[in-house]
Design a protein around this ligand. Structure first.
Ligand code: SF4
Length: 286
């Protein structure tokens, strides 16, 4: 068992991982290291170092001790599993039948135990909003507030999303909001590929029923599973992409914007692309 990290290092590591996640780097691996295989520093050198008084030497520096033996060759990293093919795009559901079609998907999910996330959830977070919305937002997964209420984006990040929707001249009930996974990952971690691949077919079916004119992916995880491939967020933003016959705009997750409000301007630029695609004008400030 490796020694526990001190709290300061733990916090720095967590901040660094969050930063990587926001950049779209969501798959990291940790190579297990057998402590017995870590070469120890030559005992003689350690003893000499301990015996040396802590003064500045006035003689030229001594040559560095010989480098310890190299670690054994690393095992090859297995190739990443390909993304499973998304379900075929469903037939068009007439607007009057969309609410019932969404209820049918929700009933099919039921008290789902299809992936490991079921174990820690309080409520399944299916979706919120209009079954005939022209605009749909897709996030990563529920957080603590969403898990408690059974609704997506109701915490602080949800409040910011509501403000973004209002700035677009819309109301929350005008749009449709769902997530890649419907159960809260422990400690708000990024869903594992296995979990996202198990749950996302329900999201695809929701998209097919609602048939929004524009989809907005909130963050790298949503973009990854909607597009079926992992790409850095920077390469996806500012473009109009296509998913299941619908235009897709990618922007930052509101939780990221809460951590780095300087990026709100960038997010607003992304939403303006969505507005342009929908033919919307921002509300006047009078
Ligand atoms: S995350 Fe999705 S697939 Fe996993 S248990 Fe919840 S509803 Fe089922």
């Amino acid at each position: 068992m490796p020694p526990a990290l001190d709290p300061v290092t733990q916090q720095a590591l967590a901040a660094r991982l969050r930063f990587y996640r926001d950049l779209g780097l969501t798959e990291l691996y940790r190579r297990p290291v057998d402590p017995a295989k870590i070469p120890s520093f030559p005992t003689q050198v350690l003893e000499e170092a301990a015996a040396t008084p802590a003064t500045v030497p006035d003689t030229p520096p001594v040559a560095a001790p010989p480098a310890p033996a190299l670690l054994p060759e690393e095992p090859p990293i297995p190739p990443r599993k390909p993304f499973p093919a998304p379900p075929e795009v469903g037939g068009i559901v007439p607007p009057a039948g969309r609410a019932a079609a969404l209820r049918a998907i929700q009933e099919e999910i039921g008290d789902c135990t299809r992936c490991a996330l079921h174990a820690g959830r309080n409520k399944i977070v299916f979706a919120d909003g209009s079954p005939t919305a022209r605009l749909m937002f897709v996030g990563e997964g529920p957080g603590a507030d969403e898990d408690a209420q059974g609704l997506p984006f109701v915490g602080r990040a949800g409040q910011l999303l509501n403000n973004m929707i209002t700035a677009m001249g819309l109301k929350r009930e005008d749009v449709y909001i769902a997530n890649v996974v419907k159960c809260r990952p422990p400690a708000n971690r990024t869903p594992e590929p296995e979990e996202a691949h198990t749950c996302s077919p329900f999201l695809f079916r929701q998209i097919d029923v609602v048939r929004p004119e524009v989809l907005v992916a909130l963050g790298a995880t949503a973009a990854t599973y909607l597009l079926g491939q992992k790409q850095p967020l920077a390469g996806l933003r500012g473009r109009v992409l296509s998913v299941r016959g619908t235009r897709l705009i990618v922007t930052y997750h509101p939780a990221y914007l809460l951590r780095d409000p300087r990026q709100k301007k960038e997010a607003w630029a992304d939403l303006q692309i969505a507005m342009r695609e929908l033919g919307l004008k921002p509300p006047s400030r009078s």
